[in-house]
Design a protein around this ligand. Structure first.
Ligand code: NAP
Length: 496
């Protein structure tokens, strides 16, 4: 079935566009297309609801460790968050509201994961899990980056007698009250879970493989006066949004470009947070042996207090296997558990896979990415005509809120789509130019603490090279304000 409208030569006509994913990037893409007067698009979502990461992550304590008032679309501010770090449920409600308000809901199809997409010479033939086959001149991946749970290869997981799940698949029907709960991992997701559980559970055992540096800015509650001001005084919400972004960029600039002194500022925060651990032995266990900022810094006000609760135990002995009754450790002890949560992160280099993508001359995505990742300015791939990505490889992380990054990328992609709408045919970036740009990014990224700091993290690809550009949001906005058509091959669409 076609998305709608006429097939093939589309110059001057409305193109058919398919977007994979209804997280914050897919919704944004839909809104921007509608604002350009392009309504002939479908958003295929693998799950039965929108919201991406905020739909998936419903574990106790889930919130956004980026200030909520900045974690919104620039054209749809939300003055109503009551706390600096908004709870996940409120963020999900925000994206639902915005998708509805801007008319994106009617373009959504749920339970329709894109299984494959193949370029036929003039359009993409797309196969979805709901059995639909679609044709579209433009295909966009808005699949996100941290959405495929990384299930660790720990022997015996399937033997565990109680419920177990990944943090992004937390099962709310499983009660944890007065239960013995285990959490594997101590990253950002784990820290939020650990902070929420002690008052509910009988016992919490945290299995740590490596400690993560953490900082603990308070989750300030906005006063009623401040909230009323943001809601009712024109311009106030915008001013606050700009202020938060300017503050975030200032911090990122200090960290990324401030040399040792800049790094030290963040390191001081991390050391001050660690100093709140009163027991020297526990503090020692929680002290990383790598540079601050090498792994993504955990931002969690309540973590230090939670990990020191009498019913919480930090286990640093390695895990041998999982058994029916709990987790067996290298020293032979068994930690008996009723519920086990794997806060073990995501397969950050999967991107839109396991979807298969076949482009020009039958080149597949796996072939294109066989040796290392290539990606043109985070949004396009050589040999993949009229295929665009939001939050693709080398998207900034840690320096810029993802919503801002998605807006910059979407603005760029819209310019490419505009060109296609005017002139037809197909666009894809030049291979040599793409590889030169990737080399520049990698050189930049290799100067950062992510590469030099002496740790493993999801920022790195399998060769240990950062998949993240340390670019600041304002620099990225400037560099991607105007599409670089000279870097693209523009071919007329083939006639079949
Ligand atoms: P993560 O940072 O990758 O942490 C995974 C944790 O699991 C690490 O402590 C890791 O230990 C541990 N682990 C993995 N495999 C293990 C194994 N086989 N045995 C024992 N431990 C194992 O994952 P995450 O906490 O889900 O966070 C991922 C990213 O999501 C964050 O960095 C952040 O960008 C984003 N996030 C954002 C927010 C927010 O509020 N904005 C909240 C949560 C997450 P090692 O360190 O030794 O590998």
């Amino acid at each position: 079935m076609a998305v709608g409208g006429e097939p093939a030569a589309f110059a001057g006509k409305e193109m058919r566009i398919v977007i994979a994913g209804a997280g914050l990037s897919g919704i944004l893409k839909g809104i921007r297309l509608k604002q350009r007067g392009m309504h002939n698009f479908r958003i295929l979502e693998k799950a039965s609801d929108l919201g991406g990461t905020w739909r998936d992550n419903r574990y106790p304590g889930v919130s956004c460790d980026t200030p909520g008032h900045a974690y919104v679309y620039s054209f749809a501010l939300n003055p109503d968050y009551k706390t600096r770090y908004a709870p996940g449920a409120e963020i999900l409600a925000y994206y639902r509201r915005v998708a509805k308000k801007f008319g994106v809901i009617q373009h959504l199809t749920y339970n329709a994961e894109v299984l494959s997409a193949e370029w036929t010479g003039r359009s993409w033939r797309i196969e979805a899990a709901n059995g639909e086959e679609l044709e579209a001149e433009v295909f966009i991946s808005a699949c996100g980056r941290l959405h495929q749970p990384k299930i660790p290869d720990i022997p015996g997981l399937a033997d565990f007698a109680g419920p177990w799940f990944h943090s992004a698949r937390w099962d709310p029907s499983v009660g944890v009250r007065r239960k013995r709960v285990g959490v594997i991992g101590t990253g950002s997701s784990a820290a939020q879970i650990i902070s929420a559980l002690p008052s509910q559970v009988e016992r919490l055992v945290v299995f740590q493989r490596s400690p993560h540096w953490f900082i603990d800015p308070p989750n300030t509650r906005l006063s009623l006066a401040k909230r009323l001001k943001l809601r009712f005084i024109p311009g106030e919400a915008r001013k606050y949004y700009e202020k938060l972004h300017a503050f975030g960029e200032g911090l990122a600039r200090q960290r990324m470009q401030g040399g040792e002194a800049g790094q030290q500022v963040v390191a001081d925060f991390a050391h001050a947070a660690l100093a709140k651990i009163r027991d020297p032995e526990l503090r020692r266990k929680l002290t990383p042996d790598y540079a601050v900022g090498c792994k993504r810094i955990v931002i969690c006000a309540a973590f230090a207090e939670a990990i020191q609760q009498p019913n919480v135990e930090l286990e640093v002995e390695g895990i041998t296997r999982v058994e029916a009754e709990g987790v067996r450790l290298r020293d032979g002890r068994l930690q008996r558990l009723d519920v086990l949560c794997l806060a073990t992160g995501f397969r950050s280099d999967a991107y839109m896979r396991p979807m298969t993508l076949k482009g020009k001359d039958g080149v597949t995505l796996d072939e294109l990415w066989a040796d290392s990742f290539v990606n043109y300015r985070t949004v396009a791939l050589p040999q993949m005509p009229n295929f665009f990505m939001i939050n693709g490889p080398f998207s900034p992380g840690g320096t810029s809120p993802i919503v801002r990054v998605a807006e910059i990328q979407t603005g760029y992609v819209i310019q490419l789509i505009d060109r296609l709408a005017e002139q037809g045919g197909c666009l894809y970036p030049d291979d040599a130019r793409t590889r030169a740009l990737v080399a520049e990014i990698q050189d930049r990224a290799k100067q950062t603490v992510w590469f030099t700091g002496g740790c493993e993290s999801w920022y790195l690809d399998r060769n240990g090279v950062p998949l993240v550009d340390p670019v600041l949001p304002s620099e990225m906005a400037k560099a991607m304000k105007t599409a670089h058509f000279a870097d693209f091959v523009h071919e007329p669409a083939q006639r079949l």
